[in-house]
Write a protein of this length. Structure first.
Length: 234
């Protein structure tokens, strides 16, 4: 049973329930070439320079990283992801990391989604690269403000509604059995009493003229005609 809302918001309900109204082949080849190019330092050198690039300046990696990078083709997927995350934790940008290991930036971003750099590391990236690419930008602030506004309004409205049994029963029913989809209120239940309560609750508190669509989910072997007849009768 579902009801489509048109530019209407159940602010009180939302507040109570807590709803929330690739790199190219040439780049991979370039990274592979860099990994296998001759190094100016010796094998036992304590550090190795990061391969030169237009935005990589005077950064150094330890011998451990050199071994892991040179062993890239033999690493497991987990070991590759750990290497990518470790390089990111050092304060390298995604572009700098992909110059060292042949991995797509989208894959690297997925690996590093829980890696948080310090403010100083982000500032260093911007100073080296002259770009804010790879530096998180808050793009959800408007959405968070809207959600908080709805919650504040809901706290005010609930004081007037909490003593109404129909509102409480309908809210609990929708919370437990309702499908929380955008612009729709939907209830998944086969009990006719629950469906009637849902219809009454929607028309009482959301839209007096709301229209509903019923869907029947039948299994193989069920009598469709009989099921439709029972639904109409109830």
């Amino acid at each position: 049973m579902s009801y489509t809302r048109k530019n209407q918001h159940s602010k009180t309900l939302v507040g109570l329930v807590g709803l929330e109204p690739t790199t190219s082949a040439s780049q991979t080849q370039r990274a592979t070439k860099l990994r296998h190019s001759p190094r100016s330092c010796q094998a036992n050198s304590p550090t190795i320079p990061v391969p030169p690039d237009s935005y990589v300046q005077r950064m150094e990696l330890g011998t451990e990283f050199r071994v892991r990078i040179d062993s890239w083709d033999t690493l497991s997927r987990w070991e590759k992801s750990e290497l990518g995350k470790d390089l990111r934790r050092m304060g390298l940008s995604y572009g700098e990391v992909t110059d060292l290991i042949p991995v797509k930036k989208s894959t690297l971003a997925t690996w590093c989604r829980e890696v948080k750099l310090a403010k100083e590391q982000y500032e260093a990236i911007q100073a080296r690269t002259g770009s804010r690419q790879g530096i998180p930008v808050d793009t959800q602030w408007k959405r968070r403000l809207e959600i908080e506004r709805i919650r504040i309004e809901a706290r005010v409205q609930v004081r007037e509604l909490i003593d109404q049994p129909l509102w409480v029963a309908g809210t609990i029913l929708y919370w437990a059995e309702g499908a929380k989809t955008r612009n729709h209120l939907r209830l998944n239940n086969a009990d006719p009493r629950a469906l009637r309560l849902f219809i009454r609750w929607v028309r009482e508190y959301l839209n007096p003229e709301a229209r509903f669509t019923m869907q029947l989910h039948l299994h193989e072997g069920n009598d469709e005609r009989c099921a439709i007849g029972l639904a109409k009768r109830d």
